[in-house]
Design a protein around this ligand. Structure first.
Ligand SMILES: Cc1cc2nc3c(=O)[nH]c(=O)nc-3n(C[C@H](O)[C@H](O)[C@H](O)COP(=O)(O)OP(=O)(O)OC[C@H]3O[C@@H](n4cnc5c(N)ncnc54)[C@H](O)[C@@H]3O)c2cc1C
Length: 349
């Protein structure tokens, strides 16, 4: 019998798997590898909310856990999936740059915000009001992270690639059994498809569809992730990601002309070089009404857990949140109240 079965193989499930492995726990990953939100994500981690110039909730701690986890992945696989690169917030006008300077000295923000407004000359980019630089940022190659995680756990004979049939889960007070697999606990990290999960269908998950473009821009040399009304991120060679859209209403599973128009029109406000669209991807972010993840156990079956609701920041939040769950299971520590699903029991007992 294993310690844990994890359902899923997105950023959430993979983060959990590595953290469990680091704690010496045995696991089986069950996934159908259908393309979830994680295969669309640009993988950016950034401790700031760049619309309002505020820090992401708990950002400093989350960054530390992120780096610890990816160091451990590197130790075990010889692959570093992180690309540290500075995020440069392009100011729309002088007023914004003055707000940036004012906020950058605040105690809670000064670690992340570089207080000098930078005038950086980038060929093809218009930014007359300059940029504010953010510390501690980068991106994770999420596709590589997921595939190397599956390969690593496959080499331990710990991966089962199949759609999980919720009806076949059997539970007792100290174990769960699914087909030929048994474990002390099962954790569902099934992303937006949690909607079909009968154990957690009471939780208020909200889909938020996002679209991104991969574009080819010959001649653009960019050493930053530029953040304006959309972001422009160097990927490889002369390929760049442009993203993203946010749509809670139209969750149809397809990339749209409206999404493409939104992205290209925003991009062209500041990027003046000719480009070609190479790929147009879409996915549905598993978001929650209070922008905090869902972590905790089922109200009756205490060995059935949920790890979901990573919203638009899975890369940053999942390493920290997965340790919250693991410490609850093995060290009897309470889960941070803001992410514990018990918060919904109070509203709806
Ligand atoms: C356009 C876009 C851009 C984004 N950019 C960023 C970014 O830059 N940085 C960032 O941090 N986040 C970003 N996000 C958000 C991020 O993608 C999500 O927060 C994250 O992918 C959620 O991961 P997850 O593992 O919970 O879900 P998913 O990635 O959806 O994974 C769910 C997994 O569960 C499996 N699964 C589900 N049900 C079953 C079942 N019944 N049986 C077997 N397997 C099952 C699926 O196969 C899949 O592997 C972006 C999202 C979008 C849409």
């Amino acid at each position: 019998m294993k310690d844990v079965i994890i359902v899923g193989s997105g950023i959430a499930a993979c983060s959990l798997a590595w953290q469990l492995h680091q704690q010496g726990k045995s696991l089986t990953l069950i996934s159908d590898r259908k393309k979830g939100s994680s295969s669309v994500a640009a993988g950016v981690y950034n401790p700031m909310v760049l619309k309002r110039f505020t820090a992401v909730w708990n950002a400093g701690v989350q960054l530390e856990f992120l780096n610890n986890m990816f160091d451990y992945v590197l130790e075990n696989t010889d692959i570093d999936v992180r690309t540290p690169i500075t995020v440069a917030r392009r100011f729309h006008d002088e007023k914004e740059s003055l707000t940036w300077i004012k906020k950058s000295v605040r105690e809670d923000l000064k670690t992340f915000m570089n207080s000098t407004v930078q005038k950086i000359d980038i060929n093809g980019i218009e930014a007359s009001s300059g940029y504010g630089l953010v510390n501690g940022t980068g991106w994770v190659d999420t596709i590589k992270f997921m595939s190397l995680t599956l390969s690593f756990f496959e080499s331990l004979d710990s991966v089962y690639l199949e759609e999980f049939d919720y009806r076949r889960l059997k539970t007792s007070h100290n174990s769960v059994t699914y087909k030929t697999f048994s474990a002390a606990h099962i954790i569902f990290a099934d992303g937006y498809r949690m909607l079909d999960n009968p154990y957690f269908d009471n939780l208020p998950i909200q889909g938020n569809k996002g679209e991104v473009l991969l574009i080819k821009v010959p001649g653009l040399e960019l050493d930053y992730i530029l953040k304006s009304s959309v972001f422009l991120m160097p990927y490889k060679d002369d390929l760049f990601w442009v993203g993203a859209t946010y749509d809670r209403e139209n969750l149809v599973d397809e990339a749209t002309a409206a999404g493409q128009d939104f992205l290209t029109s925003r991009l062209e406000r500041f990027m003046k070089l000719p480009y070609e669209i190479v790929e147009h991807k879409h996915g549905i972010r598993p978001t929650t009404i209070d922008r905090r993840p869902f972590v905790g156990h089922h109200s009756i079956h205490e060995n059935i857990w949920v790890f979901n609701g990573m919203g638009s920041r899975a890369v940053l939040i999942a390493p920290w949140a997965s340790l919250q769950l693991i410490n609850c299971i093995y060290n009897n520590q309470p889960i941070n109240a803001e992410i514990d699903i018990k918060r919904f029991e109070k509203v709806n007992p």
